[in-house]
Design a protein around this ligand. Structure first.
Ligand code: SF4
Length: 302
């Protein structure tokens, strides 16, 4: 069995989004942890499938990312992934994206600038058409801005999106949910006409494949390993111990072969349900998302 690794490489971010729920204590991965991760990759090379750099803004740790890629590409080759807010892109980074990365997630929202022209220019210059996915984050009262962003990207040829309303930290009123539903229906209906448009949260199989949910371990900045990256948010840190798997130094993926990931997934779903059920608007938001997921999957199945 092969596993996917998510590496938390920095706890710094150069943005200050109003909906942010992560613990930004401005740490970089230490040189000792870097050595441990390179040793780990070498020792477990036969059991690693995909390797994802995770931040808060991972490009703030670009030198460490280069170090890992340069020293482990012969084991992982072009199966690297990253999630970035796009603010620090430059030619060197794009070249690495082109050579070594399989999937690049751009997270954008209505609060921060996204340089459409620059990204278009880079994409034309490098061969990246089939690698870029967008997390399009929607806040209450910014739903229409999100729709505008979507069309701008769509018209630039981007076709792979995760439409992601902000959970937990923002209040969704009934009016907000109505506007959100309207824009989601518009985007989903477009995807029924244009089959190249993929909405990966809503399309179950695609989402499972992309989010690295299965057989995935999360290596935190302090070299501790957890079942999921959710442990690094304020909301979820209370379950950190429950999802602890071990320390990087002595960790062996071969021995993890029989680990019951499905059981942990059920555990997380229950925790999520508890959180959503406590607050009325979160429950409503979840219902809206589930409704549209079902709507799209049913229409696509016809
Ligand atoms: S880009 Fe992400 S990590 Fe950074 S402030 Fe915004 S939500 Fe938080």
């Amino acid at each position: 069995m092969k596993f996917n690794i998510i590496l938390h490489i920095t706890t710094s971010c150069n943005y200050n989004c109003s909906y942010c729920d992560v613990i930004k204590d401005k740490k970089q991965i230490s040189s000792k942890s870097l050595e441990d991760i390179l040793e780990f990759i070498k020792n477990n090379k036969d059991y690693i499938d995909r390797f994802k750099f995770f931040g808060w803004e991972p490009l703030l740790a670009w030198n460490n990312i280069i170090n890992i890629i340069d020293n482990s590409k012969k084991f992982i080759w072009n199966n690297f992934e990253i999630v970035t807010n796009t603010s620090l892109l430059n030619d060197e980074i794009w070249e690495y994206f082109e050579k070594f990365f399989k999937i690049i997630f751009f997270s954008i929202d209505s609060e921060n600038n996204f340089d459409y022209e620059k990204v278009e220019e880079f994409i034309k210059k490098y061969n990246l058409q089939n690698k870029i996915y967008f997390n399009l984050i929607i806040s209450p009262n910014k739903e229409k801005n999100a729709l505008e962003q979507f069309y701008k990207l769509y018209n630039l040829w981007f076709r792979w999106f995760n439409i992601l309303p902000v959970y937990i930290t923002k209040i969704w009123t009934e009016e907000n949910l109505k506007v959100l539903s309207k824009i989601m229906k518009e985007i989903l209906d477009l995807s029924l006409i244009d089959k190249t448009l993929k909405l990966y949260w809503f399309q179950e199989n695609l989402w499972e494949e992309l989010k690295l949910a299965n057989n995935t371990i999360f290596v935190d900045i302090d070299s501790k390993i957890y079942y999921s990256d959710i442990v690094s948010t304020f909301t979820w840190k209370k379950v950190k111990q429950d999802l602890f798997l071990g320390n990087l130094k002595e960790f062996n993926l071969e021995k993890l072969g029989n680990y019951n990931f499905k059981k942990e997934k059920g555990f997380i779903s229950k925790l999520e349900e508890n959180i959503y059920n406590k607050v009325k608007w979160q429950r409503q938001l979840q219902k809206v998302m589930n409704y549209f997921s079902e709507y799209l999957n049913k229409k696509n199945a016809k």
